[in-house]
Design a protein around this ligand. Structure first.
Ligand code: IPE
Ligand code: IPE
Ligand code: MG
Length: 246
């Protein structure tokens, strides 16, 4: 039986949702779900490397997640520091360049120092750009970009805003995955997801595995990305890229 070719997305973005429900099902505290989520993320990075994905962007903590109970918020901050200590050597060994995207001002000095150190340690790596969105919101990003341009007296155009966004170092995501069954964006990549292919999975994030990634990539491969054109105007789907949107 003929199978259609797999097209590996250049940039995959993921809303890693469902940690709390994973823990609740097991009568565990929510933070146990977040811990398991770190392991799922580590496996996901490995799977992306093996498949030749060049950019991975994940949503780890939203601008709105501050509204959670304070013990969960502080647990997530501690987990971030622990995860960095454990994962950065491994990321380095695998050629992963780490970036933290979001408003750092509200984070403690210890967390801010940890993020900066991890970025500096991995800055020379080229195999995979790995963006972790932490205290991030799509609205925050658009507002901070507009403020930056206004303070420089620069005109606000689609191009100048694009360059001022916190994710200006990577192209827009080709495939945006959300786990945990919710059918919403929750303030993630509002600008950049304009033409991303969306894939929603009922699987809870701690249960995400390489096979889930392959399912999403297979679904992506079967999509026709038209960027506003008609189907008849397109060449072979493999040739369609973000550049065609211009
Ligand atoms: C996603 O999992 C992680 C964060 C938002 C920090 P959740 O904690 O939102 O898990 P659910 O949605 O409650 O299951
Ligand atoms: C989105 O998940 C944010 C992250 C995964 C970090 P939420 O669990 O916060 O989203 P809502 O509240 O269900 O929309
Ligand atoms: Mg959630």
């Amino acid at each position: 039986m003929a199978t259609s070719a797999v097209i590996v997305p250049h940039h995959i973005a993921i809303v890693m949702d469902g940690n709390g429900r994973w823990a609740k099902k097991r009568l565990l505290p929510r933070i146990a779900g977040h811990k398991q989520g770190v392991d799922a993320l580590s496996d996901c990075v490995k799977a992306c490397l093996e498949r030749g994905v060049r950019v991975l962007t994940v949503f780890a903590f939203s601008s709105e997640n501050w509204n959670r109970p304070s013990d969960e918020v502080s647990g997530l901050m501690d987990l971030l520091v622990l995860a960095l200590a454990k994962q950065v050597p491994r990321l380095n060994a695998n050629g992963v360049q780490l970036h933290f995207i979001g408003d750092r001002q509200r984070l403690s000095n210890k967390v801010q120092a940890g993020l900066l150190e991890a970025e500096l340690n991995t800055a020379g790596n080229q195999r995979l750009i790995f963006n972790v969105c932490f205290n991030y919101g799509g609205r925050w990003d658009i507002a901070q970009a507009a403020q930056k341009l206004a303070s420089r007296g620069e005109a606000i155009t689609e191009q100048s805003l694009d360059r001022a966004l916190a994710l200006a170092h990577v192209p827009d995501p080709d495939l945006l995955i959300r786990t945990g069954g919710e059918l919403r964006i929750s303030n993630f990549m509002l600008w950049q997801a304009a033409y991303s292919e969306l894939y929603f999975s009922d699987r809870l994030w701690p249960e995400f595995e390489a096979a889930t990634l392959d399912e999403a990539i297979a679904a992506y491969s079967a999509r026709e990305r038209r960027f506003g054109k008609t189907s008849a105007q397109l060449g072979t789907p493999q040739m369609v890229s973000n550049e065609n949107a211009a």
